[in-house]
Design a protein around this ligand. Structure first.
Ligand code: SF4
Length: 119
């Protein structure tokens, strides 16, 4: 799946790293998780708070870290949010931000996330 499939309802509104027109061969795992939930009818894009950045920019949700970021191709080398050692004040990608927001608002639960495959 390419970034273009969901960039209009995830990346464009929620991602601090989004660059319009930039082609990516890989997609953030968080965006793929959101897209899958939309495709299954678990989420409706019309209910997303587009343009809202209501959560602090660099707050980690351990459930998302384990169930989403652990399988992201960007985690090892390209994600400042998950960098080791940490890079202060680095925000997560838009998909992570949206998932965190939906979890905080109880629109999603841990049961909606993929099973964590890593610690
Ligand atoms: S926050 Fe980083 S590691 Fe986690 S899904 Fe987004 S890009 Fe991938």
């Amino acid at each position: 799946m390419k970034k273009n499939d969901f960039e209009d309802y995830i990346c464009r509104y929620f991602c601090a790293y989004y660059l319009a027109g930039k082609k990516e061969d890989e997609a953030c795992q968080a965006a793929l998780v959101v897209d899958e939930l939309v495709r299954r009818g678990r989420l409706s894009t019309g209910e997303f708070p587009c343009g809202s950045f209501m959560i602090p920019p660099a707050v980690h949700d351990p459930q998302l870290d384990a169930a989403v970021c652990a399988d992201c191709p960007f985690r090892a080398a390209d994600c400042d949010f998950q960098a080791v050692p940490p890079i202060p004040d680095s925000p997560p990608c838009g998909g992570y931000r949206l998932l965190a927001m939906l979890m905080q608002h109880h629109a999603l639960t841990a049961a909606d996330l993929p099973a964590a495959t890593h610690g």
